[in-house]
Design a protein. Structure first.
Length: 204
């Protein structure tokens, strides 16, 4: 683009976001130029606050504006049930179903030897600390139905089972090879409600 170096720089930045090509980025940048200066300033300020103030919950590692996320602070949520997920997008997907009233633990990934990700790279130590306090009676393994997800689930099952905590897995209404964040709300909601003991999954 020869008309404006500033527009080109803005397009470069917007197109660096996942799923946004340069044509879409240009359309978004030109839309911002058509808006009033105060609107653009609010937009920019919200992104700055997002980066500076959003943090990880010190209990479950969900994203939060405070040290402890709203889910962990909510006294109406069941302390005795913890749903173990890969990342915050899975928390959002499950919450959108309205079918789950327990709490979460976000691993921050799944075991993937091909990508060099082992158990030590995940938030498993903090999970085990939570589980050994004696407040949790059920741990739900809500991981993707992929080889890496199943590997991670089996690893966690072997770690959690000796604690005497019931380990369950979401029902496989979620397609094999599918990811939770792309699963429709009805299917995901039923998968949470119809969860089964993890031992039954191993026998399939």
């Amino acid at each position: 683009m020869q008309s404006s170096r500033l527009i080109e720089e803005a397009v470069d930045q917007v197109s660096s976001l996942p799923g946004i090509g340069r044509k879409t980025a240009l359309r978004l940048v030109l839309d911002l130029l058509r808006r009033r200066p105060e609107e653009v300033q609010r937009f920019a300020d919200s992104l700055t606050r997002l980066r500076e103030q959003v943090r990880y919950c010190n209990t479950c590692h969900n994203l939060s504006d405070e040290d402890t996320c709203p889910i962990c602070r909510d006294p109406r949520r069941e302390k005795s049930v913890v749903c173990i997920v890969r990342d915050v997008r899975d928390v959002m997907a499950i919450e959108s179903t309205g079918q789950y009233s327990g709490r979460y633990h976000v691993l921050g990934g799944i075991i993937s030897p091909m990508e060099g990700i082992g158990p030590g790279d995940l938030r498993i130590d903090s999970l085990m600390e939570r589980l050994t306090r004696g407040e949790v009676s059920e741990a739900i393994l809500a991981l993707n139905a992929t080889m890496e997800g199943e590997t991670t689930a089996f690893y966690l099952f072997r770690k959690i089972e000796p604690l005497g905590i019931r380990v369950t897995s979401i029902a496989r209404g979620v397609a094999v090879g599918g990811e939770l964040e792309y699963t429709d709300e009805v299917t995901l909601g039923r998968s949470i409600l119809l969860r089964t003991p993890y031992e039954a999954v191993l026998k399939r």
